[in-house]
Design a protein around this ligand. Structure first.
Ligand SMILES: C[S@@+](CC[C@H](N)C(=O)[O-])C[C@H]1O[C@@H](n2cnc3c(N)ncnc32)[C@H](O)[C@@H]1O
Length: 382
């Protein structure tokens, strides 16, 4: 009753649940989607929309039709795409997967919704279907050599944890798609005046892990920060004062963005030409102001809730260059959800995994406040 009142009060053109279902039925049949049932349509008066849930016969949520309540038009951008509904129908067991004869195989469309998953990636990744994400972008936890501050007894143990996450991520990544990692050498401060500080070349060790876990190397992009960003490390101060050769140490103002591709006999071109929604491929084209070289100049980001975030601009570039709209982007070390926010900005889906409750909480809060139009459809497991 109250829903009808809202639509009356607001003078919506689409006033009743029955009307919302009728509009959805016409739209779905024009799209060739026939095997779905409706959940209860609801008005969201913050956006003046009707949200009509689509269910499989065994009550799995397949997505939503979004109707502009004022004029009765379908909001195609926000409505779940046909290929995603089809993929979820297959995943829910209602529809049989068509056997595609071509040896090149079927185009993978992920059934996953937006997700925030609390837990250790080494366990949570096992709960996702194989080949269900289209891009991985992440920045691994920082290796801290001081064991009293560290989750890892040794550097080798740290690398083994990352290896396991790379291996399990590879399983859920579609063959032939990209895994991009932001990582940089770490500085180990000297323990006493008689010892020297050391640097560990973490990116080179990561490279070995990627190759051993079935990826091929694609690119090494340098993220360059403004000069001031590096002086806090303390590196180079001694040389700046004394200018003795051999003591030279440049101030680090870069981080590495390593780009790998999961091995496949499919060419990149296959993913573009065989995409079932060519409209989306067109809409995903990158504008003229793209980065022409492998040096990307971006200011670092700060957030008092997390010490080691990357800037959303970095995630935006990676996502734009290595995925299509509606693809699923995974971050197995989600932090406060920067990858998810950039993915949502760019109309991609996201899966974030983070083990610390405080960061999951920060992610959920940000998405609730700033991304309220998609928030209700995010699957949150904690
Ligand atoms: C460098 S931060 C990522 C920050 C993120 N890029 C952002 O912008 O918010 C790495 C994150 O990985 C989380 N983490 C470390 N080990 C993990 C594991 N095994 N599984 C899930 N999350 C983990 C840490 O709690 C930390 O928040």
């Amino acid at each position: 009753m109250s829903k009808i009142l809202v639509s009356e009060q607001r003078n919506y053109m689409v006033k009743t649940v029955a009307e919302a279902k009728e509009i959805s039925t016409v739209f779905l049949s024009s799209e060739g989607i026939n095997d779905v049932e409706f959940g209860l349509p609801e008005i969201d008066d913050r956006y003046d929309i009707w949200r009509v849930p689509l269910l499989s016969s065994n009550n799995t949520l397949l997505g939503h039709v979004i109707i502009n309540a004022k004029n009765g038009e379908i909001d195609k951008k926000k409505t779940t795409k046909k290929e995603v509904i089809d993929s979820r129908l297959i995943f829910s067991g209602q529809k049989e997967e068509k056997k595609v004869k071509s040896k090149k195989g079927k185009y993978p469309i992920s059934p996953l919704p937006n997700m925030i998953l609390k837990g250790d990636s080494r366990e949570v990744l096992d709960t996702l279907p194989e080949e269900s994400v289209d891009l991985i972008f992440t920045s691994p936890p920082y290796y801290n050599a001081r064991t009293e501050y560290s989750d890892y007894a040794t550097y080798e143990e740290y690398l083994e944890v990352i290896r396991e996450v790379i291996r399990k991520s590879a399983k859920v990544l579609v063959e032939g798609r990209f895994f991009v990692m932001n990582v940089s050498p770490v500085l180990i401060p000297r323990a006493s005046r008689s010892e020297a500080s050391k640097r560990i070349a973490v990116p080179f060790d990561m490279h070995r892990l990627f190759i051993e876990e079935g990826f091929e190397f694609v690119d090494d992009i340098i993220w360059q920060k403004p000069e001031g960003a590096g002086w806090a490390s303390g590196r180079g101060r001694r040389f700046a004062a004394d200018r003795n050769p051999l003591q030279y140490k440049p101030v680090p103002v870069t981080e590495n963005i390593l780009v790998y591709r999961k091995k496949s006999d499919k060419l990149i071109d296959w993913f573009i030409r065989r995409h079932p929604n060519q409209e989306l491929v067109q809409e995903s084209k990158v504008g003229d102001d793209y980065e022409k070289t492998n040096i990307w100049y971006i200011s670092p980001a700060r957030d008092k809730r997390h010490r080691a975030i990357f800037p959303k601009e970095l995630a935006r570039r990676v996502i734009q260059y290595y995925s299509f709209k509606n693809d699923v982007v995974l971050d197995p070390f989600g932090g406060i959800g920067t990858t998810g926010k950039a993915a949502a900005d760019l109309e991609r889906r996201f899966v974030l995994i983070e083990k610390e409750e405080e960061y999951v909480e920060a992610t959920v809060n940000d998405l609730r406040q700033l991304y309220f139009d998609i928030f209700d459809d995010i699957e949150i497991r904690r």
